[in-house]
Design a protein around this ligand. Structure first.
Ligand SMILES: Cc1ncc(COP(=O)(O)O)c(C=O)c1O
Length: 373
């Protein structure tokens, strides 16, 4: 038994997928981004469950993630959104993955290795329209597409891009990216002599801009239940991953007790403190020292002292009745209290993505359908 564990409510994932599916036109494919172990939720069970809800496309960063999905789901489409090394081209073709191509040289190198192994890779051209990261720069995109036409071993069947920022109050930057993308795509389609599979929107764009859905959308964080709560958004989702550990020891301490490394907390009144079975080695960020909250017996308890490698210390109050063996919720809900990754991320000056992917991949995982959903 591990010291911390994750509970995933698959009914919550179903509800999120349905909310998105109802908002997006049926012709638009949903490419569910399940990279980085499905944002810490567990790639295989999440992809299998999403497939049972009708998701036919998955987005990953690396070929090993694509292989994990393919082993379970022989018929789905898998977009590899990272830059593949040419030597993996035969596996990519055999397993029917869809990689992105990021330059003419990259495309030719992938094609050459694929051809030598008797394969053809079907790929999407990634256009950097302003993100400043992966992809062929938008001014060269059309020429790159043209150069890759007729190259043996490679068929470019789609074109995609990624937003740097989607801010409804300052839409100009995203609009510029869309204009560049659509202008380049139009030219590519005329070279190609027919439609290409076009996609650009991840969660924030999907939530605010139906006009940018195109042939597919690539939701990640919103399907995990984060960032999709504002009134004006097209649909709303809720988190469904809980992270828990155990109360290891509870003890009474008098006023003036120094707690943990460097004594950064000193009790100002007699209370009871609890030691929990997780720490920063498990992904509970050290920046939560003296600032985070956990829930035990439905009660919010403040983290006191430094979070250490394997332990968290919390103030449970003088008469809560909390005792060793109780469950402590690090992320999740108990009774009327909740602590979600967004709250912890704010304290740590980061984003829920990082909180979620930081959770120990080795933590035990339970997948179950909640009765209430
Ligand atoms: C290329 C690409 N598309 C889509 C996504 C999903 O983004 P989000 O989780 O914000 O929806 C990501 C995530 O980083 C990405 O890198």
């Amino acid at each position: 038994m591990k010291n911390s564990w994750i509970e995933v409510d698959t009914a919550g994932l179903s509800a999120n997928i349905r909310a998105l599916r109802e908002a997006v036109r049926p012709e638009t494919a949903v490419i569910f981004v399940v990279k980085s172990d499905a944002y810490g939720h567990g790639i295989t069970p999440i992809a299998k469950h999403a497939a049972s809800e009708g998701v036919r496309w998955f987005g990953v960063a690396h070929p090993f993630e694509a292989e994990a999905i393919r082993a379970q789901l022989p018929d789905v489409n898998i977009l590899i959104m990272g830059v593949i090394r040419p030597e993996v081209a035969p596996v990519v073709a055999e397993q029917r993955f869809t990689p992105i191509i990021v330059s003419a040289e990259h495309g030719r190198a992938v094609a050459q290795v694929a051809t030598a192994a008797g394969h053809t890779v079907q790929a999407h051209l990634k256009v950097d329209t302003g993100m400043g990261r992966i992809g062929v720069g938008w001014p060269e995109a059309v020429e790159t597409f043209r150069a890759l036409q007729g190259v043996e071993g490679l068929k470019v069947t789609g074109v995609c891009s990624h937003f740097a920022t989607v801010e409804p109050k300052q839409p100009e930057r995203a609009e510029t990216q869309v204009e560049r993308f659509l202008a380049a795509s139009r030219e590519m389609e005329s070279i190609h002599g027919g439609p290409l599979f076009k996609h650009i929107s991840s969660s924030r764009a999907i939530l605010y801009h139906p006009e940018w859905d195109l042939d597919a959308v690539r939701p990640g964080i919103c399907l995990y239940g984060y960032g999709a709560t504002d009134q004006e958004m097209r649909f709303h989702t809720k988190p469904f991953l809980q992270w828990k550990c155990s109360v290891m020891q509870v003890k009474s301490v008098p006023a003036g007790t120094s707690i943990g490394y460097y004594g950064t907390h000193v009790t100002d009144a007699p209370t009871r403190m609890a030691v929990l079975s997780a720490g920063y080695a498990d992904g509970y960020h050290r920046a939560l020292s003296n600032r985070g909250h956990v829930i035990i017996r439905g009660r919010r308890c403040r983290v006191i002292g430094r979070v250490s490698m394997n332990w968290i210390t919390v103030d449970v109050g003088p008469d809560s009745g909390i005792e060793a063996g109780d469950e402590a919720v690090l992320i999740g809900r108990q009774g009327s209290e909740s602590v979600w990754a967004g709250e912890l991320a704010k304290i740590c000056r980061t984003i829920p993505y990082e909180m979620l992917v930081s959770i120990d991949r080795g933590a035990d995982r339970k997948y179950q359908r909640s009765q209430s959903s």
